[in-house]
Design a binder for this molecule. Sequence first.
Ligand code: ZN
Length: 318
Amino acid sequence: MRKKRVRMLMLLIIFVMTISACGQTAQQTLDKPTIKIGYLPITHAGPLYLDAHVHGGQFEDYQIEMVKFNSWPDLMDALNTGRIDGASVLIQLAMKAEEKGIDLKAVALGHKDGNVLISSKEIHSTQELKGKTFAIPHKFSTHNQLLYETLKKDGLTYDDVNIVEMPPAEMPAGLAGGQISGYVVAEPFGALAVKLDKGHVLHHSDEIWPDSYCCVLVLRNDFIQNNQQAIQEMVSQYVKSGKLANQKGEELFASFDQFMKMEKEVLDLSLEWISFDGLRIEQAEYEKLRDLVIEMELMENPPVYEEFVDNTFIDKAV
Ligand code: ZN
């Protein structure tokens, strides 16, 4: 009888401890919002990887949960339906979502420059791309715009080349196998073809369009409005991480190791081409990109700067 009572007492203690532990977790979550950020495993999300790696995603006013995706459409679907609160994403995809009525705000750039046009080694000029098949990751991408600008600059039109959309990870093999004669895509897939000796750099993005925008950090506006303090701290931290990422030191490589698997020498080359500093989205640059979106007939009514970009947080970042 006594044994039974002791066992009952033990069970009661365990029950109470479990309840209070749950209560504590719930309380912590209430006090400290979790910001779910979607990403693809590309070098362009360096500052975000550093945030999540160096601090383990834990900060005073918030915590970051990194959510990995393997394709842009999957990531955009999660963002548009609110399964994630924000993302490191191609700016054109976010603009398209905004045009469709999803209330997003771009709060910082992911990087500047850092893209290359890769071609097979037999091709040495843009003109030689005429009649060839060339891959891009998505029509809503800076890569597509860089290709368009390159062709225009070198006297070709978009119709002179057979442009196909292809998942980034398949591009180096597609080039090696001869299905495509070249591609332009987020890194490290350009550097990978160079290191595998399957292709070479036909053009660097900064020759075609200096300081070009590509990936941005976007957040759902409803999440921003409900978590202003956390977002301020997050963007301030993100700017610091951008500066650290731009040093391209050990911490950055360690964070890449956590979020994407790629050999160091490929990353080394890839990082030579990219800048993580100066991550504020400037109006003049945005307008240039927006005008090109209209010229290429990618969107009829892309969002205007004031509607799409929210610099409130980056301007207060210290
Ligand atoms: Zn990018």
